[in-house]
Design a protein around this ligand. Structure first.
Ligand SMILES: [Fe+2]
Length: 344
């Protein structure tokens, strides 16, 4: 169901306050041809109400002819900023960037963040954003999880479906997502509540079983049947199963890029307001489905790029796959058990 502009402006004001927006700060709202205009308008009004100095930066959409769908996560190659030095300079000069275009997975985003600019991605449907408005409680959950993640040396994941996976940790920083860009140089995505990390290069090993009913993104489909992934030295080396496995393999092969098969971020969802079921209620191009990525107790693993973590693998093929019913441990300490969060 849609939401009113009044409710959404109040929500934006709340979130921008939590993002430490102060009067006189420079705020750039980044838009493109497919930005959600309710998001843009309500963010613009809230910025004005809080005394932010607003600049609108609109960039043309690119990659439409290369991507296999309109999904912003379905093709994560170069963004328009790769060619636009004027816009890049403007975004670097801002204190806070509200990104309604989706710069994720780009070197330019890293460059902007390095200048201390805070960046908040806002591309989910407004009603989803309102349902999962970032809060101090949600932030605390992610910070609490990081007490285990930050010092961890090894992650292991098992499931009754047959998953038996392990990887070493420490080479790459932790990705803490709680929906607020509230510190200099911090990127986040409203709505979010999850923790993740990239495995040390070459360390991911074992078997991951995507069970019937688990979610494959960006396909935005529930797996019709089991998919068995073999992982060796950090790469998916075998994809076995029925129709779903064949589809997944065919999609990944279509990029003609060995890096598409690299293991990317691994972690777990912490959002009690997110639901495994939401995906089934939406048209496939209507949302990124942060519900699927964040629902509490999932094991979210992914394949492809590591540029977000400061690595050099910038393949445009990125899959996010949240599994139910997994037991995830860090250095032998259980974080989730059979799909339920068990750490404090
Ligand atoms: Fe991802």
């Amino acid at each position: 169901m849609s939401i009113s502009n009044a409710d959404f402006v109040i929500a934006w004001k709340n979130v921008l306050e939590q993002c430490q927006l102060k009067p006189g700060e420079q705020v750039a709202i980044l838009t493109s041809d497919d930005s959600n205009m309710q998001i843009v308008e309500c963010a613009r009004i809230a910025t004005g109400l809080l005394g932010g100095v607003l600049t609108m930066i609109n960039l043309p959409a690119i990659n439409g002819d290369k991507a296999l769908s309109r999904d912003k996560s379905g093709y994560v190659g170069k963004t328009p900023l790769a060619f636009n030095t004027a816009a890049l300079a403007g975004l670097k000069a801002a204190d806070l960037v509200i990104d309604t275009m989706q710069l994720l997975f780009s070197h330019e985003q890293e460059e902007i963040l390095k200048t201390g600019t805070r960046m908040l991605l806002a591309v989910e449907p407004p009603e989803t954003m309102l349902r999962m408005i970032p809060s101090p409680e949600a932030k605390n959950k992610v910070i609490a999880a990081n007490k285990y993640m930050e010092p961890a040396k090894e992650m292991t994941v098992t499931s009754k479906a047959g998953t038996d996976f392990r990887c070493s940790l420490g080479q790459y920083p932790v990705l803490l997502q709680y929906g607020l860009a509230d510190e200099p140089g911090r990127w986040d995505h409203w709505p979010s509540c999850m923790i993740a990390r990239w495995p040390d290069e070459g360390s991911a090993e074992g078997v991951i079983v995507i069970d019937e009913g688990d979610i494959l993104l960006p396909f935005k489909r529930y797996a019709a049947d089991k998919v068995i992934l073999t992982i060796e030295k950090g790469f998916v080396t075998k994809i076995e199963g029925g129709w779903t496995a064949e589809y997944m393999k065919s999609f990944m092969d279509s990029f003609n890029d060995p890096d598409a098969y690299a293991m990317a971020h691994v972690g777990w969802g912490l959002e009690s307001r997110a639901s495994w079921t939401t995906l089934g209620l939406y048209d496939r191009e209507a949302a990124l489905s942060m519900d699927a990525r964040c629902f509490e107790g999932n094991f979210l693993f992914s394949t492809g790029p590591n540029t977000e973590a400061g690595g050099s693998r910038d393949t445009p093929c990125h899959m996010d796959i949240p599994l139910r019913g997994c037991s995830l441990s860090l250095d032998g300490v259980p974080m989730t058990k059979d799909g339920v969060v068990v750490h404090d």
